[in-house]
Design a protein around this ligand. Structure first.
Ligand code: CA
Length: 227
């Protein structure tokens, strides 16, 4: 489970990282809004913890920009401000939940778990995007009611893209999480591109609505309609 923590105060960021790593979350910390925005557009996260008061572009601006780009990663906003107005603004900007500092760590964990459950349905035996359906138990894939025959690797690749639907998935992420290649001694970019091309032929060929999109210079995204 990967969490992006966006927090400029070193002490708070360190405490969050330590606490979340103890809970076996994979934590990435960004200290600026710009940094966070770049990360989210190049990597996948299961949830984003976003502090509102940041130097440069603040948390609300980042949140609006992400939602405008239709990034659907669940966002839990953290802030010291606790006026009703800020809360409403945060939720309007696309936050999924809201936690006012100072908060109990147990409360943060509970909210995170709830968000991840809602956002990803990790335990659901089926995944779907538009008329594309994947049954994780029988490992059957259907597009518009028609069976799609995939190799084991193609299935794993499609499953990953479906779990992170609406998010940009980089080749680096695919190498790490689908091919389990961490060393990067042998770049897998070509192998990945070949698999994506095959997956495209099987999933999108002759379909009016394309689901697999290339995000130039970054990676791929699975969603209904252009990203
Ligand atoms: Ca701050």
């Amino acid at each position: 489970m990967r969490i992006l923590v966006v927090e400029d105060e070193q002490k708070v960021a360190d405490a969050l990282r330590e606490g979340l790593e103890d809970e076996r979350y994979d934590v990435v910390v960004e200290r600026t809004g710009e940094g966070a925005f770049f990360r989210v557009n190049t990597e996948t996260f299961d949830v984003i913890l976003l502090d509102l008061t940041l130097p440069g572009r603040d948390g609300l601006e980042i949140l609006r920009a992400l939602r405008q780009r239709r990034t659907e990663t669940p966002v839990l906003v953290l802030t010291a401000r606790d006026s009703l107005e800020d809360r409403v603004t945060g939720l309007d900007a696309g936050a999924d939940d809201y936690l006012v500092k100072p908060f109990a760590f147990a409360e943060l964990l509970a909210r995170l778990r709830a968000l991840v459950r809602r956002g990803r349905a990790a335990d659901a035996p089926r995944l779907s995007v538009g008329d594309l359906e994947m049954d994780l138990v029988t490992r059957k894939v259907m597009r518009g009611g028609r069976h799609v025959d995939l190799t084991v690797r193609e299935f794993e690749l499609l499953e990953f893209l479906m779990r992170y639907q609406g998010q940009v998935v980089s080749r680096e992420t695919l190498a790490r999480d689908v091919w389990k290649e961490t060393a990067r001694t042998t770049p897998l970019d070509n192998v990945i591109d070949v698999h994506i091309a095959r997956l495209r032929r099987k999933v999108d060929l002759d379909q009016a609505v394309k689901l697999i999109h290339t995000v130039r210079g970054v990676g791929f995204m699975l969603r209904e309609g252009e990203p």
